[in-house]
Design a protein around this ligand. Structure first.
Ligand SMILES: [Zn+2]
Length: 196
């Protein structure tokens, strides 16, 4: 890979990280994930953050064999970026790197590190209190796109794979500026219209 692309990749990685850091201050809302998109020249990157409830239906520690298998299957699925989104074929985007992980939120503030039991948790959707005890799946991928001018929309097969996911809050940045959007499961398409 030419050095130029490596440098561009390093620059672009900083943008979603900054957005994500800001968001970490807020507890997540079940059903609502976030998607950060960034483009710099021919390089496009995304980062998805989705509550464990949206992906596997629970956020407690995976202790049973069934839970562990569900988490492993979800990581496998989310590691394939085409599970999450699809760019127009004309844009010629190819994933260069993709990764998915399960993250326990607020661990560092917990009195009992590693203990994530909160069985009453599913009974309410109120996350005003600390984020501790929640989990999120994070997935990211970096693409090179031979024809980024053709990026007029992004389809989100994500919603088809995960029935508990209701919406994605999108933040996008590029050398054209930034914009926000919300994509809901009834209409799983992000219209870019030349904004990215
Ligand atoms: Zn949660």
């Amino acid at each position: 890979m030419p050095l130029r692309i490596l440098i561009a990749g390093a620059l672009i990685c900083a943008a979603p990280a900054a957005i994500a850091q800001q968001r970490q201050l807020d507890a997540h809302e079940h059903g609502a994930g976030t998607l950060d998109l960034a483009r710099f020249g021919n390089i496009v990157e995304f980062e998805l953050r989705a509550p464990g409830a949206d992906i596997v239906g629970f956020e407690h520690a995976a202790t049973s064999e069934e839970n562990k298998q569900a988490v492993a299957a979800a990581i496998d699925l989310l590691s394939a970026p085409e599970t999450i989104l699809a760019f127009p074929a004309a844009a010629g985007c190819e994933a260069q790197e993709a990764k998915a992980v399960l993250v326990a939120m607020g661990d560092e503030h917990s009195d009992e590190p590693g203990r994530l039991e909160h069985d009453d948790h599913d009974d309410h959707d109120d996350h005003e209190e600390a984020a501790a005890g929640h989990t999120e799946f994070h997935a990211r991928a970096i693409y090179t796109c031979s024809n980024p001018e053709a990026l007029d929309r992004v389809d989100l097969p994500y919603f088809g794979h995960f029935p508990n996911a209701r919406e994605l809050e999108v933040q996008a940045v590029s050398d054209k500026g930034g914009f926000g959007a919300e994509v809901v499961r009834d209409q799983p398409v992000l219209q870019l219209d030349g904004k990215l």
